[in-house]
Design a protein around this ligand. Structure first.
Ligand SMILES: [Zn+2]
Length: 95
């Protein structure tokens, strides 16, 4: 079982959203304040396609179906821990 929710994605090796070619995407420099703000937030980067000239923002991290399973187990864990704590409190401090 894996415990990570976010997975690092590698846009450099993925398909271009515009022309669909693989391996043509390169990192691009930010041209304005908005783009540099996105970059400094750390979750996304600017990319550019060498083939078709597409330019845009791609996330550095992605979630997959295992993320939801992991989140579900974390939720179950929190609920069961909360349940145990309330039971212990009731047994010790209840009427
Ligand atoms: Zn392209």
């Amino acid at each position: 079982m894996q415990l990570r929710i976010f997975f690092k994605s590698f846009p450099e090796t993925s398909k271009c959203p515009s022309c669909g070619k693989i391996g043509t995407i390169r990192r691009s420099r930010s041209k304005n304040f908005f783009e540099s703000a996105i970059k400094s937030a750390g979750f996304a980067n600017l990319f550019k396609c060498r083939e078709c000239g597409w330019r845009g923002i791609l996330r550095k991290y992605s979630v997959n179906r295992y993320s939801f399973i992991t989140l579900f187990f974390y939720g179950l864990l929190i609920i069961s821990v909360a349940y145990v704590i309330t039971q212990v409190l009731k047994n010790n401090f209840g009427e």
